[in-house]
Design a protein around this ligand. Sequence first.
Ligand SMILES: [Zn+2]
Length: 455
Amino acid sequence: MKAVSPRLTCYGGVGEIGGNKFLLEDKGSKVLLDFGAGFADGSEYFDTGISPRAVNGAGDLFEFGLLPELPGLYSEKALQNTEVRYAEPDVDAVVLSHYHWDHTGRIGYLDPKIPVYCGETASLIHAAYSESSSSPLDDHVIRKFRTGDRFRIGPMEFVPVHVDHSIPGAYGFVVHTSGGTMAYTGDFRFHGPAGSMTRDFIDAARREKPRLLLTEGTRVQSGDQKANMSESAVMEEATKLVKQSRALVFSTFRGNDVDRINTFHRAAKAAGRRLVVSMKIAILLEKLKPDRRLGVPRVGRDVDVYVRRKKSGRLDDSDYYPWERPFLGRGVSAADVRKKQGEVFLHLEAWNFPELVDIRPERGGTYIHAATEAYNEEGEKEDAVIRNWIEHVGFRYTQLHASGHAPMSEVGELVTGIAPSVVVPIHTEHPRLFKAFKGGKWKLTPPKKGVPLQI
Ligand SMILES: [Zn+2]
């Protein structure tokens, strides 16, 4: 039988942002690059009120083609109510680019015998989620890597190289197969505090001469290109806003965006205030403390922890989960925030806005919406609700955000910098727009879901 030459099949991230699921095959070895959930996954059938039933494992997702029905991939539990028969794993590993849901979200369905390779920092983020709620990686053996390592899975050699993204521990990869070399960017940007790391990836990838480049293109779009705000510009603006305010300042931002936590900690400090974070952020900061390069603020010394009231009356340890209890002694309550409104910069996720009823802030404070602007109907509805709350408490609404993704022109710089022969755009709604990038002799190959590409 003729040996099949190495190939790559995209099962997600095809014409969509998120949902990255790529299968690499080489001489009988199989590796998944990410196994995430799509942001719009099945939104025609599922929404906030209608969800796939956990009891039906992968069944409700198979129904709508949201997971590939491949043998030797899923756990017995995920398959128990489906027509796919359980088989011993046929896939050797998952290699994870970073710990965002659209890259990790479906790993929980996979056979726990399949190990997950991830960056050292991503494993610490996993540990924080695992302890405070759950993580898709919970049942899997974790093998850690860092930049400078190389590891083999069957005939394939993986070279992970760090990139700058809105979560630490993000990587791109160069993969040497028996038939040629490919590179995968993961998610990247250049305008974060570690922008030079993405340049390191370009340099490393270029040196390894990949034939095929699998690259994200979240912000590749036609028409108006939004101004690209850097994380340092966010810091400057936030510092100004906090300094100007005499009343309470609070902000909504993604709790695992460690750059943002650092940015707002510095802004608060420059304005003589204390940043107060949620318990979920506190446990993440505790887990990331050993990673000195991240330089995260220390819980208790640099930042305080907001303690939500769970019952009326006196605070009692037994009302809180074991992981929450160590923070109670260092906690700040709604009443504490009310007493020191001009001295606090509070992180408050939208779902915690009812805390404002207890805080009863004085009118005239500042709200910083430090998140992506709404891009669909659901997002617009949530935004309207947020604005109603801000108006209700008489605060000023401001928007301040640096994206986790490079703008279109910089995606083009990455492509021409790496100089592959074939470009496969993923994690983008506009794969064909990549042809706007000049300066290379590469061929544009938008992937088709489930159709293999030669490497
Ligand atoms: Zn991401």
